[in-house]
Design a protein around this ligand. Structure first.
Ligand SMILES: C[C@H]1O[C@H](OP(=O)(O)OP(=O)(O)OC[C@H]2O[C@@H](n3cnc4c(=O)[nH]c(N)nc43)[C@H](O)[C@@H]2O)[C@@H](O)[C@@H](O)C1=O
Length: 327
């Protein structure tokens, strides 16, 4: 079976590639861009097929899909950092929407039997009222950022291409996910990296933070990528599914959990640059529909995820220090 992962060099993409490799029955293709960093997939590079492709280039995408003829496409490539979408709204919308349109059109042109998973987001729900929690797929969408709008467009295009052309598309609205290799701009990884830097004497004992009152529903990325596989194996084409743990934590609790794993004394400082024009206050997902349809359930406890993430940064920073020191 041939699977294509867009954004294979990224956080979720690299974990999905590892998961599919472990299954043993999947030939894995992945797209990357000239500027993509390869460090997340260096350890598996000899077991996957990498294809350089700018997804905003319609002809390049058509050529790539026609050549590979994938049976599964996991469309994970996106501009996924919410604050960047306020700084670069047009780029976020163009990148996220046009890339996906090119993939859909290329599959349609190639006329191949191919299942497509679209990585949508809990950010689409945006403003959620207390009596709407936990959020179900039927909840109104009240976006709070250009990123959220781009994901709503991706989501609805997935619906429309299923309805109009019968493309076998399953949409996954994934809530926050984290774990080793999470990009350092995202809150869990950012705090973990700062703590690891403090432990190694690489930064003064100050942890800079933004809004600690926000609440999020976190799942381990290693559970999330299993959900993506199951979405295509057992999900109903045309459907949209929440992927979430069903429990919520404040960002303060995230910070406290990470700090419980270190003996380094730290001072917490609010950095006004980390506050957003509008922050989604609370996200808590109801994944009952997905769990019942596919048998998925998240298995890795939050504390384990946080411990592994902090260890990832300790190992990464130590390796960087060894490289710089020449030893
Ligand atoms: C589902 C959704 O999940 C992610 O979006 P996000 O929730 O914006 O993720 P984040 O880790 O940037 O922020 C989480 C919360 O943490 C607060 N916060 C406090 N202090 C800092 C801080 O220092 N840095 C950051 N980044 N956030 C902070 C921040 O204000 C927010 O309330 C993406 O994967 C996105 O692609 C996606 O789809």
């Amino acid at each position: 079976m041939k699977a294509l992962i867009t954004g294979i060099t990224g956080f979720a993409g690299s974990h999905l590639a590892e998961y599919l490799l472990a299954r043993g029955d999947v030939e894995i293709y992945g797209t990357y861009r000239a500027r993509s960093r390869m460090d997340h997939i260096a350890h598996i590079a000899d077991r996957i097929r990498l294809v350089e492709c700018e997804l905003q280039d319609r002809e390049a995408v058509e050529k790539m899909i026609a050549q590979i003829k994938p049976e599964h496409i996991y469309h994970l490539a996106a501009q996924s950092f919410v604050p960047a979408s306020w700084s670069f709204p047009a780029e976020t919308l163009m990148n996220n929407i046009v890339s996906q349109l090119n993939i859909f059109e290329a599959v349609r042109m190639a006329d191949i039997p191919c299942k497509i998973q679209v990585a949508c987001s809990s950010e689409e729900y945006g403003l959620v009222y207390p009596d709407e929690l936990p959020v179900q797929e039927t909840n109104p969408l009240r976006p709070q950022s250009p990123y959220a709008v781009s994901k709503i467009a991706q989501d609805f295009l997935g619906y429309q291409y299923f309805q109009s052309y019968g493309l076998s598309i399953v949409r996954t609205r994934t809530f926050n996910h984290t774990g080793p290799r999470r990009g350092e701009r995202f809150v869990t990884s950012n705090f973990a990296k700062q703590i690891a830097q403090i432990e190694l004497g690489l930064q003064p004992p100050h942890v800079y933070v933004g809004n600690l009152q926000a609440r999020r529903d976190f799942t381990d990325v290693r559970d999330v990528v299993k959900a993506y596989w199951l979405a295509l194996e057992r999900g109903v084409p045309g459907s949209v599914y929440n992927i979430s743990s069903g429990s919520t934590r404040t960002i303060q609790e995230v910070l406290d959990t990470l700090l419980s794993f270190t003996s380094a004394p730290v001072q917490i400082l609010v950095d006004p640059k980390r506050l957003r024009p509008s922050d989604v206050e609370v996200l808590l997902g109801d994944a009952t529909a997905f769990c019942e349809q596919t048998g998925w359930k998240p298995e890795i406890p939050f504390h384990q995820t946080m411990r592994d993430l902090l260890q990832y940064w300790r190992d990464t920073l130590q390796a960087q220090a060894r490289t710089k020191g020449g030893g």
